[in-house]
Design a protein around this ligand. Structure first.
Ligand code: 5AD
Length: 347
């Protein structure tokens, strides 16, 4: 039954809600292997064996929000807060460019210090200094006007995970000031502005059901984003979910395979969270249909402070400096890291 649903997804790119639920709930090791074979074939048809790299610059861990799962939530008094200056961000880009990065991802908490004026100044400096690079922002919910100004300043892409489609589930993960519907509104605004948009969700977040994941998949089908970032939920010791069980690599890679079949041309990272819970997470992600990795380009002294979850890997092969190790690991499984902006074919 599961195999037939995988075939149907591959052929028609459309499943009903109860079919998604069955597919997710009744998956087995055998059906997962079958899914990954199809997902790899689709990925190779569109992207060959190329892997795109993104340099992740975590430029502020101040955040006005208080998401129950996140280590940099406002109420975590143990987090050591920092902000990078424009000069520090630019020197990360400089370093990254030399290493072969052609996309920079500026990620941060929702930090009121970074007004449109300040953020636009940083974006336009990168735009001028690195004209052949893509600039991706991941700075949360802002007004349509703000998204427009940042776009006009030179940002090309925007990452904003929807986290979970279901309003009730969203409410169990976030304080009442935040809502699933406003989150999604922001995503549609980003699309309208002209960004290449990335969304996504955590796998195995507290209270998540197969029905929630089914809704997430159906939302992805409607939004048709250029990028989808998913990773396992990993508990952080200073949050209300400190003792909640984490998501598994097994379900995460299964969902990666499904996303590749649903959105054949999407850019799909094998995320840091996946690499954190499984030493072979990156490889497993790529072999399930992922085609992007995002090594950490933040200055070494702040990396440990951008702790969204416990044990987050930020040294070794996770670090941009060890790109050569990452290259070797990818070559071992038959894939090649490329020096390219790596724009989505999903336009
Ligand atoms: N475990 C896994 N992922 C997390 N994120 C935040 N906290 C955690 C956690 N504890 C993810 C969210 C957010 C992205 C930047 O990091 O999905 O969108």
């Amino acid at each position: 039954k599961v195999k037939a649903l995988i075939d149907k997804l591959c052929l028609t790119r459309e499943l009903k809600r109860d079919e998604w639920v069955t597919l997710i709930r009744e998956r087995t090791h055998g059906t997962a292997e079958y899914l990954f074979e199809l997902a790899r074939a689709v990925r190779i048809r569109y992207y060959g064996h190329d892997i795109y790299i993104r340099g992740l610059i975590e430029f502020t861990n101040y955040c006005r929000n208080d998401c129950y799962y996140c280590g940099i939530r406002k109420s975590n008094g143990n987090a050591q807060r920092y902000r990078l200056s424009k000069e520090e961000v630019l020197s990360c880009c400089e370093h990254g460019y030399e290493l072969g990065f052609r996309t920079f991802v500026l990620q941060g908490g929702e930090d009121g210090y970074f007004t449109d004026d300040r953020l636009c100044d940083i974006v336009s400096s990168i735009r001028t200094g690195f004209p052949d690079c893509a600039i991706t922002l991941s700075v949360g919910e802002r007004s349509p006007e703000s998204y427009q100004r940042l776009y006009d300043a030179g940002a090309d892409r925007y990452l904003l995970r929807h986290e979970t489609y279901d309003c009730g589930h969203y409410g169990r993960l976030h304080p009442p000031q935040l809502s699933a519907s406003h989150r999604r509104k922001c995503l549609w605004n980003l699309k309208k502005t002209g960004y290449q948009v990335g969304t996504g969700f955590m796998v195995g977040s507290p209270y998540q059901t197969p029905e929630n994941l089914a809704d997430d998949m159906m939302f992805l089908a409607r939004l048709n984003p250029q990028m989808v970032g998913i990773g396992p939920f990993v508990p952080h010791h200073d949050t209300p979910f400190a003792d909640a069980p984490g998501g598994t690599a097994e379900l995460t890679v299964f969902m990666l395979g499904l996303i590749r079949l649903l959105l054949p041309r999407v850019l799909l990272p094998a995320t840091t969270a996946l690499g954190t819970i499984d030493p072979d997470g990156r490889e497993k992600g790529i072999l399930a249909g992922a085609n992007v990795v995002m090594p950490n380009l933040s200055p070494a002294q702040v990396r440990k402070k951008y702790l969204l979850y416990d044990n987050k890997i930020c040294t070794g092969d996770e670090a941009a400096e060890s790109l050569n190790n990452l290259k070797e690991r990818m070559e071992k499984i038959g894939y090649h890291i490329t020096v390219d902006r790596g724009d989505s074919l999903n336009i």
